[in-house]
Design a protein around this ligand. Sequence first.
Ligand code: FMN
Length: 198
Amino acid sequence: MKSFIVAITGASGSIYGLKLVKELLKSGHRVYLCVSDTAFLIIMTETGVNWSGRTEADTEKKIRKYFSSKKIKYFNEGNLFAPLSSGSFLTDGMFVVPCSMKTLSGIAQGYANNLIERAADVMLKEGRKLILAPREMPFSAIHLENMLKLARLGVRMAAPVPAFYQKPEKIDDIVDFVVGKVLDSAGVRHSLFKRWGS
Ligand SMILES: Cc1cc2nc3c(=O)[nH]c(=O)nc-3n(C[C@H](O)[C@H](O)[C@H](O)COP(=O)(O)O)c2cc1C
């Protein structure tokens, strides 16, 4: 069993973040989840799921119920006292899925202005795995420069770009492919899609 930080930020494609968490929990991994304020609204808009609680504990209760798991711990993006803020807290890596251009920029500049940016900063300074699924269309030169800067530091840019050689029939097939590739980027085993040639 491994433990991973998952951050869901305010880009379209929140369904990828939800599926990623489900898959990590299903495989027996522990998940430390952080959801940005905007992401809560986008999750609700895109999937109808409402996780917003009055307090961090309230929100965690809803999230644990949604995933039917106690192996998930939730932290507010403003909680900079959370363990994820410190390099002394050990995890096996971090996913930001989907990753907004704002969070991408914050990570690329080392801004560490909220728990998501700080946890990613910790991954960079400690040389741990950091996988981002940057989502925007089209990308500006600023977005591309931020991605290049991070890629050169060893961050995996697992953009949510589906392939069609799998002949997807429904949205779930596309989501499974993208989340599978995100997991591949971290070396996490899964059976979300049939591999080419297998
Ligand atoms: C419905 C909706 C969809 C959005 N989709 C994207 C997107 O795909 N990519 C992106 O970079 N920003 C997107 N945004 C804008 C971000 O949510 C905004 O920049 C926000 O400040 C990001 O904050 P966060 O990174 O802290 O979540 C979207 C906003 C809304 C309301």
